[in-house]
Ligand binder design. Structure first.
Ligand SMILES: Cc1cc2nc3c(=O)[nH]c(=O)nc-3n(C[C@H](O)[C@H](O)[C@H](O)COP(=O)(O)O)c2cc1C
Length: 349
């Protein structure tokens, strides 16, 4: 289930800065996140909105350094910036360079900041974009589009390299399937993954319902149990190998350093590329396995000539549509500053 989007006419144009910024959170929560964990919290201060990492929603097995968590928060930031551009709200954004801090970004309204037409034009696709894990039409991405996506990514100081020749796709597909086999051998990995897999009629606002994998009603009930109990690595590896090898394009986002700031910027680059792709009828799905397994990441880095690969995804025109994944309500992710002090005094700390 997805919370309903507000009526655009309800944007509080005459309200305070924090009322305006809080309105944008309705759009920020549509961002993609690893396992649809939605690991973000928006804290309302008198004069600004703070974006915090919600580490209670971390994925300690697949993402022990909270890298994907920070990238997901970067995606939510970009979504919020797109909505701000649409409503004509100029923003000043301070990204916290401190590693491991929960406070990631502070967002202010700043009348001196320029308009962002390139972001504003992505607003219409915010509710439409989705991860599509089905097959893509061969040759459905042009060199011109890939160049455009690389340019977008570079504006966030993140490199984007794309591959569509047979040899490169095969080499990457081999790494993806090896990563699948390695991850699925691990019981803790399977247990964590299964805990975010839900049946198709789930009423929880997070995680991945079975339909995202093309599963019907009954299979969606059985799938988490199967994944938790059995090593399904062989089947997953074969499927992902096939998808990677037949992808119109495989794309690697990379950075020169590997700090929190790089991850937030990667999230912003990723989200803007995903939205631009969606605007031209393209979808993406993730093949991060060779980045998630530490030793394989080093090897992939050498292979693609990028210091720190952050995200590996395939891109193309999907052959099949999929329903949208759920989201938690805004009331679960938006709180006013000082709530933790209220909680402490309530507990008598
Ligand atoms: C940083 C990040 C990492 C992700 N990694 C994977 C992945 O390894 N495999 C996968 O199938 N999907 C991955 N996803 C996609 C999420 O599962 C997806 O965004 C989430 O379920 C919400 O669905 P939506 O993108 O359709 O809105 C990732 C997304 C993000 C932002």
């Amino acid at each position: 289930m997805r919370p309903q989007l507000p009526n655009e006419a309800d944007f509080p144009a005459d309200g305070s800065d924090i009322e305006k910024l809080s309105f944008l959170v309705h759009y920020a929560i549509l961002a993609p996140s690893s396992h649809n964990s939605q690991p973000w919290l928006f804290i309302q201060h008198d004069d600004h909105l703070a974006l915090h990492a919600d580490r209670t929603r971390a994925l300690p097995v697949v993402d022990p350094h909270d890298r994907s968590l920070a990238i997901s928060c970067g995606c939510a930031l970009l979504y919020l910036r797109v909505a701000a551009a649409h409503f004509g709200l100029p923003l000043k954004v301070y990204r916290n360079p401190e590693d491991d801090a929960d406070l990631l970004v502070s967002i202010y309204v700043d009348s001196q900041a320029g308009a962002q037409p390139a972001l504003a034009e992505l607003f219409e696709v915010l509710p439409q974009r989705m991860t599509n894990r089905f097959a893509y039409e061969p040759g459905s991405v042009s060199d011109k589009q890939l160049k455009h996506f690389a340019e977008i990514s570079a504006t966030h100081l993140v490199s984007l390299r794309s591959y569509h020749d047979d040899a490169s796709r095969h080499a990457i597909a081999e790494r993806v399937s090896a990563g699948d086999r390695q991850q699925m051998e691990s019981k803790p990995f399977r247990r964590e993954l299964a805990s975010w897999m839900h049946h198709n009629r789930t009423r929880t606002g997070d995680g991945m319902p079975g339909f995202t994998q093309g599963l019907g009603e009954l299979m969606s009930i059985a799938a988490p149990l199967v994944v938790r109990t059995f090593d399904v690595g062989k089947g997953t590896a074969a499927r992902d190998h096939d998808l990677a090898e037949h992808s119109p394009a495989l794309c690697v986002f990379g950075t020169n350093t590997d700090h929190h700031l790089d991850w937030i910027r990667t999230g912003e680059a990723l989200a803007q590329v995903l939205l631009s792709a969606a605007k031209s009828g393209l979808s993406a799905s993730f093949l991060n396995q060779p980045i998630e397994v530490d030793l394989m990441r080093t090897e992939l880095a050498k292979h693609v000539g990028v210091r720190f690969p952050q995200i590996l995804m395939r891109l193309g025109k999907p052959t099949r549509e999929a329903p949208h994944t759920p989201r938690r309500p805004v009331s679960d992710v938006l709180a006013r500053a000082g709530m933790h002090e209220d909680y402490q005094s309530f507990q008598g700390f």
